[in-house]
Design a protein around this ligand. Structure first.
Ligand code: PEP
Ligand code: MG
Length: 418
């Protein structure tokens, strides 16, 4: 089974922004496709996303240049070859020839890489997650613990509540299906609680409620009220995760964090996180400090690292080199893994393997601007990532991933009974 052609299509993501879909046409006339998401709170160290920058069309966000790269450079390079993701990723990195994939674009390369992986799984007649496990040198797979987004703030809600995501993780549940039942119950209880307190129940970009709060404690108290209101003992099975996305409210010149009307040094912010961890079942904090504030990261890892997962998103950008530096310095103890931050399946697997080798927890993650591609669900299962976040329990683009996990879980249960 060989690749005869690679082509691209401009499609639209969950925010109505253009993004790229790649199609591989195979010589048995099968067509496999993959599409890539886009982040809004993008870190400075992410690989380059190729956009048209043509202001008179789609605000410069079009991806016609990326399609041209796919069809004029990538297609001839892969044509006539059997799909083999590791070899092809290396080839694409070489063909691009830049550090940050800025010539062909990380979006162009990743869409191809995922499509190649899909074609390869057809070739070897395995499920996508099984092939990922094989490529990761693992002989088992597992369903991750979901971190469900329930409240959106910051850039995802366009309000002044600084925390980008408040998530609930039903880590005491025995199956992913039970976790889905738990989170949807809590979600609708939270809707009632928000209404009771006169808060908005409009949805943010990732499918959680985008209400305004005077401070984080008020938001967390309402989430805890919703958990209790469900009346099913979820207090014992659910924990809380935060994505603070602190790079978006850090003044790099003054080295000050602007938290609503409070201005804080990294030491004061560290104290605030410590008090949250004392008062709430806080399991994980993502991006508690800005991407270059390594001192803040170090201090918090030392203070809370034994009991709370301190997860790097912007600071690591799924880049094995940046994760390595953090490991050397004892910064953080968990990493957010977003394939489009680095731009190939192979480098994403390298980043995950590195984390596992040094016992950093792994959270496979979506982006805020998503498509219906469910690749990351297979990625989480195939690498046994441990954790997974794909937004709230609303929005087809989020449910595409969660429903894929339900499907895989059923498949794995059946295999166990066989
Ligand atoms: C995140 O910051 O974790 C996130 C999913 O948002 P975005 O895709 O906007 O970076
Ligand atoms: Mg984040």
């Amino acid at each position: 089974m060989k690749i005869t052609k690679v082509s691209g299509r401009e499609i639209f993501d969950s925010r109505g922004m253009p993004t790229l879909e790649c199609e591989l046409i195979l010589d048995n006339e099968l067509i496999v496709s993959a599409s890539v998401p886009t982040g809004l709170s993008r870190g400075n160290y992410e690989a380059y996303e190729l956009r048209d920058e043509q202001k008179n069309r789609l605000g410069g966000k079009g991806v016609l240049k990326a399609i041209e790269m796919l069809e004029t450079e990538i297609s001839p390079a892969l044509k006539g070859k059997e799909p083999e993701v590791v070899e092809m990723d290396m080839h694409l990195i070489e063909l691009d020839g830049t550090e940050d994939k800025s010539r062909l674009g990380a979006n162009t390369i990743l869409a191809t890489s995922i499509a190649v992986l899909r074609a390869q799984s057809l070739l070897v007649e395995t499920e996508l997650y099984e092939l990922i496990a094989y490529l990761s040198d693992l002989n088992t797979v597992s369903i991750p613990f979901p971190l469900f987004n329930i409240l959106n703030g910051g850039m995802h809600a366009e309000n002044s509540f600084p925390i980008q995501e408040i998530m609930v993780a039903p880590i005491g549940e025995k199956s992913f299906r039970a976790s889905m039942e738990t989170i949807t119950t809590i979600f609708y209880c939270l809707k009632q609680v928000l209404k009771k307190h006169g808060k908005s129940t409009a949805l943010g970009d990732e499918g959680g409620f985008a209400a305004q709060f005077s401070d984080v404690q008020e938001a967390l108290d309402l989430v805890m009220e919703a958990i209790a209101r469900a009346g099913k003992g979820y207090e014992d099975t659910c924990v809380i995760a935060l994505d603070c996305a602190a790079s978006s409210w850090y003044d790099t010149k003054k080295k000050i964090y602007q938290w609503q009307d409070r201005r804080m040094t990294n030491e004061q912010l560290c104290e605030l996180y410590a008090s949250l961890a004392q008062n709430y079942p806080l399991h994980l904090i993502e991006d508690p400090f800005a991407q270059d504030d390594w001192d803040g990261w170090g201090a918090l890892t030392e203070k809370l690292g034994d009991s709370v997962k301190i997860a790097g998103d912007d600071i690591f950008a799924t880049n094995p080199h940046r994760i390595s530096s953090a490991i050397e310095k004892g910064i953080a103890n968990a990493a957010i893994i977003k394939p489009n931050q680095i731009g190939t399946v192979t480098e994403t697997l390298q980043a995950i393997n590195l984390c596992k080798e040094y016992e950093y927890a792994v959270v496979v993650s979506h982006r805020s601007g998503e498509t219906n591609d469910s690749f990351i669900a297979d990625l989480a299962v195939g690498t046994s990532s441990g954790y997974f976040k794909a937004g709230g329990c609303t929005g087809g683009e989020r449910l595409a991933k969660y429903n894929r996990l339900l499907h895989i879980e059923d498949e794995l249960m059946l295999a166990l009974l066989d």
